[in-house]
Design a binder for this molecule. Structure first.
Ligand code: UDP
Length: 413
């Protein structure tokens, strides 16, 4: 059977003090309408990356209001995940050689996974391209299928998209993060739901600044010098080498500046190890560049501390899905300078929009401006927190997802 991810317990009612009773009561009413139905979310990794981050909160929060929902992950070997990372990159526009062998390997793996999937669910949400062909192998089930796409597919590689599109058109609904991400020729019902963060999780919960500083000092960072941080998977779209070059430019003016990468490895992203090796090589030449990973014990608590105790957070993405890390940083009132890409633009509007950049030079310039004006940096941090509070908290997303489920299930009655 497909591996079920153990999520522990959370309580949506704890959000009453944050978002008010009305929204939580609405969610509880929606959950009541879904009594008796069984749901699952499926993706390709239980840790590392935004989807796993969302599900780790979304699933137990829904369970806490009585929704019968589980999270399962597909099996895959190195070769399969090399292929699906190629699909992921291809759907975001990169080149990919889609040979017959690649197609057969993908299909063979998903046929195996389809046989391992329990058949009792009324509605299954499949996340991203890795498991996308699953419903194709379960053609006569009564299950409603939702494809939850977290990436920017506006200009997909034609070959990859022509191969995957017929599978996606098996779904009853596709959910995208923003309408700009929809591929041009997809014939399926579409909904737009923006992701969100769980501010009560270990990664985002309140933490005194002096404690955060102690945590990062324990990792070897000098807390008396300014620190730039990028938290992300080691992925070409997150442009880690561009971050190093940005830092090197800033260092010409700020000799004491430090740079930390906090990067996660995930089961479905074999490309991460190569990128990690490349950045490690660059960092060996400069003792003020630090690289930390989940593999060596930098987990949610440490990420929380780094996001609070850094001077400025970079997210130099060239292409981005939503970019949860931006809301995580803004929630902690740390100013962010980020690539003008995908969902980052949604999260950084008004005054924060001035810190969206497209080149290394521009990024360095904006960072230097904030280093020179700590008062401004603080102001931006406060604006950021307010924007996250208004738009990017988990209960809003939960409500929208439940509404989508109800619409789909009622349509079938
Ligand atoms: N993350 C983490 N540890 C790391 C690096 C990243 O826990 O070392 C988390 C990060 O805090 C965020 C998620 O991974 O919650 C990344 O999500 P995002 O949407 O920013 O990017 P994705 O990986 O989905 O492209």
């Amino acid at each position: 059977m497909l591996q079920k991810v153990s999520v522990g317990r959370k309580d949506l009612n704890l959000y009453r003090g944050v978002v008010g009773d009305e929204l939580i009561d609405e969610i509880i009413d929606l959950a009541k309408e879904l009594k008796g139905y069984r749901f699952a979310h499926i993706n390709s990794t239980p840790f590392g990356g935004g989807v796993a981050e969302i599900l780790a909160s979304f699933i137990p929060l829904l369970q806490s209001v009585g929704v019968d929902i589980e999270w399962r992950v597909i099996f895959g070997d190195r070769q399969f995940f090399d292929i699906t990372k190629g699909f992921h990159n291809g759907l975001q526009g990169a080149d990919f050689s889609l040979t017959k062998q690649v197609q057969e390997r993908y299909m063979g793996n998903l046929l195996f996974n389809a046989r391992q999937l329990p058949h009792h669910y009324d509605l299954i949400t499949i996340n991203d391209p890795q498991p996308a062909a699953l419903p194709y192998f379960i053609p006569h089930s009564k299950t409603k299928w939702v494809w939850r796409c977290h990436i920017d597919m506006a200009k997909p590689n034609r070959q990859v998209w022509d191969f995957l599109r017929p599978f996606i058109e098996h779904y009853h609904l596709a959910i995208f993060t923003m309408s700009a991400f929809e591929p041009p020729d997809l014939d399926v019902a579409i909904d737009i739901i923006t992701p969100a963060i769980d501010i009560l999780s270990t990664k985002n919960m309140g933490m005194p600044l002096d404690f955060a500083k102690k945590v990062i000092a324990n990792q070897g960072v000098d807390i008396h010098k300014p620190l730039l941080l990028q938290v992300s998977r080691f992925d070409p779209w997150k442009d880690p080498m561009g971050v190093v070059k940005t830092y090197q430019l800033i260092k010409q003016e700020y000799k004491g500046i430090q740079l930390a990468f906090v990067g996660s490895m995930s089961q479905d992203d074999p490309q991460g190890w190569q990128m990690f090796a490349d950045i490690s090589e660059a960092s060996l030449k400069d003792p003020s560049i630090y690289i930390f990973t989940n593999v060596t014990g930098v987990g949610n608590l440490e990420v929380n501390a780094f996001q609070r105790a850094s001077t400025i957070i970079l997210q130099k993405s060239i292409k981005e899905g939503f970019g949860l890390v931006v809301s995580e940083a803004l929630w902690k009132q740390t100013p962010v300078v980020a690539g003008k890409a995908g969902g980052i633009v949604l999260q950084m509007h008004h005054e924060l929009g001035d810190y969206l950049t497209e080149t290394i030079e521009e990024t360095a310039k904006k960072v230097c401006h904030l280093l020179k004006n700590p008062g401004l940096a603080q102001e931006l941090g406060a604006i950021g927190k307010k924007q996250v509070m208004e738009h990017f908290l988990m209960p809003r997303m939960i409500k929208q997802e439940l509404e989508a489920y109800i619409t789909l299930l009622q349509r079938s009655r």
